[in-house]
Design a protein around this ligand. Structure first.
Ligand SMILES: [Zn+2]
Ligand SMILES: [Zn+2]
Length: 719
């Protein structure tokens, strides 16, 4: 306990320093948030201990305690997370103070409500605004809420205010009613014996990691719901994390059916008022269960009794800008420090997780049967090297064509999967060799036919499609490679009467839009849906019996040592869409290398052998999870400064025990948003202490102001 006039050390949400001394103007404890100022900037910090700078009193500024605090063990977690990820500790704190308005009284800005008017044309942008209201429980929103959630332009918002589809409301910000939710066990669900056995193996109380491993439809959700209920019933808080795309109405309904009320949901597209209420509700312990994306881990929890991470292998748990961290790993770290159990659920667990399970560090709970006896689809490869598979259009093989024809004739639905947006990724002049590259990034721009544009998939830059070659004026530009729109064109040429829909982040701007599509699929208004991986997750389509993967090889040529694992996970997830109800499904994978082990494994549902093989390879190569990697990405807008700085850094490369340093080499994406990029890779075996060696190394060279250094511990992405 600290008293008025005590000198305390305050950690601030900034990249430099690990705490500064302030004088309290009211009593407070360790972990209490305070208002403090640094260089005339007002910031919210947190008390981490007694002051120790020895500065004379007149040099010490005051700090005002605020009403919320975090626990000592949360502070310990912040410290450990900073050491592991090499993020400055203040930047880890910043993740927790991600709702600064939580400390202020509610704002009194003008609020608006959406009012439908059938006479007014709803463009995609206007629809995105309407959807934002739906996903925020039709609560009134400020203009900045609308802007932050939808990213539409002010012009669109103004046009909707003018045509009165956005109506000002005079209502004060009402309480969101979040604190009044009471859950109870509806007892509507009865676990089968396999589920019951898994559920009973999960012990609440002390730290332990459980891997809940079962195919789609095996009933993992009800197993972890059982633990959620038991933790909640003892007064503990529970965090259920999932990828944003999996936060579906279907899931919320299942939750409600089990617990009598909908969960409080946390993601990046909430209004400021709701974020504020949730943050405060978690801080004062009124909100006990949250279903949310990775940032929910950084809410000010004080009494966690359980964390569940659904789809634990999913790439969206890795944060890659504003600090690199893996939310699954940081959740496990938090569970260990705060001493509570954690459940990782997946049909295709990550290699790291499988290894810990096979070493006995995690308890491995397997669910083998598919709920309700639904059978798994038959998965086959189509050998695209065979001439008889080639058709006039090019990208749909004879076998897939015939299967589509049969599916349509049977009145069933098909899904075609291709993980690339737009029409064609390569636009070039065959006469002089010019190709359309993004001026700001070192990648080609993709042609999008729908709005006749060229789009950079790295930075989002968009410009009108070239009518002719800008160099030689030739009017025949070639468009090679395949994207969604090209596949749709081919399908419509072959099946002119088929009703198709495209699903990608271009066409689906919100979860509501995705759910409208799901409804259309369910009501039979669509015959063939063509989509990217957005489609691969979470949704059940009862009448979908055929899945075609247009380019199953796409992920296999990358230099990423995880490409086999990632391809397996993705194809397995896509395959899981077919034939989930009474109708048996069929999955066709178009490939030029059907003998590849990943296809063997998928077609025979032999995940364990495939992963065991891949694991053996990584053990030999000392790749994660049998070794450690740290990527250091150095960036500058000035190429010569970047090169010079990297040379200087390379000149003082340390010798690290049990580790090697590679680089600098130009990054695969050498330029992003006008910044040039070079990479170092530090690779060590399991004994090496890479973090402290890297920290020491980087401290030897002064970093110029126009150079950025990003440190990525255990990188998932090698671009
Ligand atoms: Zn040309
Ligand atoms: Zn770009």
């Amino acid at each position: 306990m600290f008293y008025k006039n005590d000198i305390v050390k305050v950690l601030l949400p900034i990249a430099v320093g690990d705490g500064y001394d302030y004088q309290l103007n009211a009593p407070a404890e360790i972990g209490t948030f305070v208002n403090a100022s640094v260089m005339n900037r007002k910031l919210i910090g947190v008390i981490i201990g007694a002051g120790d700078s020895g500065l004379p009193l007149e040099k010490i500024k005051p700090a005002t305690p605020l009403q919320f605090r975090i626990t000592q063990s949360t502070l310990n977690w912040i410290q450990k997370m900073s050491e592991w990820t090499m993020m400055p500790i203040g930047m880890v704190l910043k993740l927790i103070i991600n709702v600064p308005e939580a400390f202020n009284p509610p704002k009194t800005e003008q609020l608006y409500l959406f009012e439908e008017n059938k006479k007014i044309k709803m463009t995609d942008a206007r629809q995105a605004i309407a959807d934002a209201f739906t996903s925020n429980y039709n609560e009134p929103m400020t203009i900045s809420d609308i802007k932050n959630i939808t990213h539409v332009s002010y012009a669109v918002i103004r046009s909707m205010i003018n045509n009165k589809t956005l109506k000002p409301v005079s209502q004060q910000i009402k309480k969101t009613g979040l604190e009044e939710i009471n859950y109870f066990d509806t007892k509507k669900v009865k676990l089968n014996s396999e589920q019951k056995c898994a559920a009973d193996s999960i012990k609440l109380g002390d730290f332990s990691v459980y891997l809940l491993d079962g195919i789609t439809g095996s009933g993992k959700t009800q197993v972890y719901f059982d633990s959620v209920w038991r933790a909640y019933a003892t007064g503990k808080s529970v965090l259920l994390m999932m990828p944003e795309i999996a936060l579906t109405a279907q899931f919320m309904n299942r939750f409600e059916s089990r617990f009598g009320a909908k969960p409080v949901v946390w993601h990046s597209n909430l209004t400021a008022a709701r974020r504020r209420d949730i943050w405060r509700g978690v801080a004062n312990g009124e909100i006990k269960i949250i279903v949310g994306t990775r940032s929910a881990l950084f809410l000010p929890w004080s009494n966690l009794g359980l964390v569940v991470i659904d789809e634990e292998h999913d790439g969206s748990y890795k944060q890659e800008d504003m600090g690199n961290y893996h939310a699954r790993d940081m959740a496990i770290l938090r569970a260990k420090i705060e001493n509570f159990p954690i459940i990782l659920a997946s049909a295709t667990p990550a290699m790291e997780t499988l290894r810990n399970a096979s070493d006995g560090k995690y308890k491995h709970l397997k669910l083998k049967s598919r709920f309700g006896g639904a059978s798994m689809p038959v998965i086959e490869t189509i050998d695209f090297r065979k001439p008889e598979e080639h058709t006039d259009s090019g990208h749909i093989s004879t076998t897939l064509f015939n299967a589509l024809k049969q599916t349509l004739a049977d009145g069933q639905q098909a899904m075609l999967f291709i993980n690339r947006r737009g029409y064609a990724p390569i636009v070039q002049c065959k006469k002089c060799g010019w190709h359309a590259d993004c001026p700001d990034c070192s990648v080609g721009m993709t042609h999008h036919k729908k709005n006749n544009s060229l789009l950079c998939h790295i930075c989002g830059r968009t410009q009108p499609m070239q009518k002719k070659c800008p160099i030689c004026d030739d009017e025949e530009l070639s468009m090679s490679g395949i994207g969604l729109e090209k596949i749709q064109e081919e399908i419509l040429a072959k099946f002119p009467n088929a009703r198709t829909a495209l699903v990608s982040s271009d066409t689906i701007m919100s979860r509501q839009a995705l759910e409208r599509l799901v409804n259309k699929m369910e009501s039979g208004e669509i015959d063939i849906v063509i989509g990217t991986q957005i489609l691969a997750k979470g949704h059940h389509f009862p009448n979908l019996t055929l899945v075609g993967v247009i380019d199953a090889d796409m992920g296999l040529f990358s230099t990423d040592f995880r490409s086999g694992e990632k391809t397996f996970q993705q194809l397995f997830q896509v395959a899981g869409r077919a034939g989930r109800a009474e109708l048996p499904g069929r999955v066709l994978l178009q490939t030029y290398q059907p003998e590849h082990s990943v296809f063997n494994a998928i077609c025979t549902y032999n995940r364990d052998d495939f992963m065991a093989n891949d694991m053996a390879g990584r053990r030999v190569a000392k790749m994660p999870p049998f070794g450690q990697l740290i990527a250091i990405i150095v960036e500058s807008e000035k190429e010569h400064i970047l090169k010079k700085f990297c040379e200087n850094l390379a000149a003082v490369t340390p010798k690290i025990k049990n580790a090697k340093i590679f680089g600098p080499i130009p990054a695969q994406l050498y330029k992003i948003r006008t910044w040039y990029r070079m990479r170092f890779l530090v690779a060590g075996d399991e004994r090496a202490n890479l973090q402290s060696a890297v920290k020491h190394w980087l401290s030897k060279i002064k970093q110029p102001a126009n150079v950025r250094i990003k440190i990525d511990v255990n990188p998932q992405n090698f671009m």
